[in-house]
Design a protein around this ligand. Sequence first.
Ligand SMILES: CC(C)(COP(=O)(O)OP(=O)(O)OC[C@H]1O[C@@H](n2cnc3c(N)ncnc32)[C@H](O)[C@@H]1OP(=O)(O)O)[C@@H](O)C(=O)NCCC(=O)NCCS
Length: 120
Amino acid sequence: MKMENKLSVGVDIVSIKRIRDIITSSKRDRFLSKIFSSSEIKDALSKNDEAQFFAGRFAAKEAVKKASSTKSLISSNNFKSIEIFNYESGKPGVKAPNCQNIELSISHDGNYAIAFCIRS
Ligand SMILES: CC(C)(COP(=O)(O)OP(=O)(O)OC[C@H]1O[C@@H](n2cnc3c(N)ncnc32)[C@H](O)[C@@H]1OP(=O)(O)O)[C@@H](O)C(=O)NCCC(=O)NCCS
């Protein structure tokens, strides 16, 4: 079907253990530098649980991609071009090419991190 809605949504859930296994292995540096910007890697330093933090960021990037897929603005495997940051309040925001009007929410509990994105 060709019809496109004005609003797009994206959601993703990530296993924190899956991320913990990678970042405590020899694949750590390659994984982090492929997926996360230097600011995101720096932000992780202030977090109690970096696996939880990176799982939330990973879910957020996937959610942004899903919300953007119909608009073809973000290439399918360029995670680094989607940067997640926090405003002073703690609320998460997104910097990505040609991406305005994006709202994002991230949550973590137990073994999972989840992110939801809405884009107009
Ligand atoms: C913000 C708050 C609701 C987070 O809830 P939580 O159950 O502790 O933690 P969750 O795992 O569900 O959520 C954490 C994520 O919430 C998001 N978050 C933090 N502050 C936020 C805010 N002010 N508005 C929206 N989202 C926020 C962040 O993305 C954070 O993850 P990150 O730091 O890795 O980016 C909680 O810390 C809180 O109640 N803070 C005090 C009141 C407050 O600031 N309320 C915000 C609206 S006024």
